[in-house]
Design a protein around this ligand. Sequence first.
Ligand SMILES: [Zn+2]
Length: 120
Amino acid sequence: MAVDLHDAERDNQVMRDGCPDCRGSDEATWCAGCGGSSSFEAMHGTALARGVYWAHSVAARVATRASWPPFEGRVREIALAKVDDLAGNDWARELLARECHRRAAEEWEELIAHLATVSA
Ligand SMILES: [Zn+2]
């Protein structure tokens, strides 16, 4: 799947608009909370990559093929811990944790679908 950088930039801008430290301002090329326009994309990409790794590591350890658990309680705490070093404020931490969790759930669905195919 081709990556549309223009769309990625727009999506990142939409996500950054909620940052309480800079409100997604274009002038905030650097923001202690969300990374600003210069580094939010890298933080976001790292959170997504960690989500993929999260799904694979769980698949390697557990036999269950149940659905990925929702973003709440212990699962939310785990996701928050996975992005803790990336975010500079609680808002960015929550957003990146949700993105990490969302990507993990996507990857998990692909993994269990693939496993169902090879074991059938
Ligand atoms: Zn910000």
